[in-house]
Design a protein around this ligand. Structure first.
Ligand code: KG4
Ligand code: ZN
Length: 346
């Protein structure tokens, strides 16, 4: 069975072909970072228009790379939400148009489910149930994952997401967008601890996060001061250390409180090398295991959407994509709680 996955929830056009037996056949990504760079963040209308330009040419490229034709597709999966409404609508309308023309189903996938299941694409893969730390530009959540579609929210951010805190702090330091990689790079040249930033909610006794105070603390450090290069690098290093310390502590607490042994890290902030190093060290020391998606599948991509759709189709019997006729109408869900999904039966 061959699935085309289309991701257009934010500022990346991602497409991929996933085959049930042969795995990932081809994938391609077009990042709009340069398009939004002058604005310090994503401009929704520009994002939508660019997705329109990119998705079909990228799809033609991966079909060629994989030696497949459109008529080989058994399903077309797309990100239904959450995300920017206009951007989501581009992927949804292309997916439904293709699916209708080919007479195959169109599957709307939850973007965070894509992120959450993406570490299962890499071997060795974690086994259900596991804890997932989902840290992206829009979300910071700890979930208990019992199976495909079975996601229990254990804790989440009360304000800014971890990636959002990276992006906003990068702006305060005069760095570009996206802020995560820019701060990580600057932090290499600095030393944590030379200035002091808070570790918000580290001892709150629950699994929630809060990152907006951290950004405000950075603002107080930089406001009205002409920081030299070393001082800016020290702020970046301390900021990164603070976020990583809180994420590691809460992930360990989630494993302990559920008595689970496996942690999966997903979402753009999961690409952060400091976070990976600290989490690997902390889990190994406790006889626990941590799993990461390949770096290229940490941030938004089409492979995770095709893969999540494939898992959903494999877990839903009877296994016939042609059983459900293509729909003639569709919508998107810019806001959509992951825990609202229903478990799919094996
Ligand atoms: O998952 P993602 O690509 O998009 C969303 O669904 O939000 O995550 C993007 C976020 C951005 O906030 C970006 O700054 C952050 O992930 N990010 C990082 C790193 N790479 C991307 N944050 C910290 N360190 C990184 N290396
Ligand atoms: Zn994402």
């Amino acid at each position: 069975m061959l699935v085309l996955g289309i991701e257009t929830s934010c500022d990346e056009s991602g497409v991929a072909l996933y085959h049930s037996e042969r795995g990932l056949l081809a994938h391609a990504l077009y990042s709009q970072i340069a398009l939004h760079a002058d604005y310090g963040g994503v401009v929704p209308e520009l994002a939508s228009r660019d997705h329109i330009r990119r998705v079909l040419p990228l799809t033609r490229d991966i079909l060629r790379q994989a030696g497949c034709a459109l008529t080989d597709l058994d399903a077309v999966a797309y990100t239904e939400g959450p995300g920017l409404a206009g951007a989501l609508l581009v992927g949804a309308s292309i997916a439904h148009g293709l699916a209708y023309a080919l007479g195959v189903p169109a599957l709307g996938i939850h973007h965070l489910e894509g992120h959450l299941l993406s570490p299962l694409m890499t071997k060795p893969a974690p086994q259900f149930p596991f804890i997932a730390l989902l840290v992206s530009g829009g979300h910071s959540q700890l979930m208990r994952v019992a199976g495909v579609g079975s996601y229990e929210l254990l804790g989440e951010t009360l304000d800014d997401a971890a990636g959002e805190a990276f992006d906003k702090t990068a702006q305060l330091l005069g760095l570009g967008y996206p802020g995560g990689p820019a701060i990580a790079q600057l932090a290499e040249k600095g030393r944590p601890g030379r200035i002091s930033l808070p570790r918000p909610m580290l001892h709150s006794g629950d699994l929630d996060f809060s990152f907006s105070g951290l950004k405000t603390a950075v603002l107080l450090q930089v406001k009205g001061r002409d920081l030299d290069a070393r001082a800016r690098a020290d702020v970046a290093a301390e900021f990164e250390a603070a976020i990583v310390e809180v994420l590691v502590a809460k992930s360990l607490a989630a494993l302990q409180s559920t008595d689970l042994k496996q942690l999966v890290v997903a979402g753009g902030v999961g690409a952060n090398q400091k976070l990976r190093t600290r989490l690997t060290k902390a889990t190994t020391a406790r006889g626990l295991q941590v799993f990461y998606p390949a770096l290229e599948f940490c941030t938004d991509n089409g492979a995770m959407i095709a893969y999540a759709a494939m898992l959903r189709m494999q877990h839903t019997s009877p296994l016939s994509p042609h059983a459900s006729p293509p729909k003639r109408s569709f919508g998107v869900r810019p806001r959509w709680e992951l825990s609202a999904l229903q478990p799919v039966s094996a």
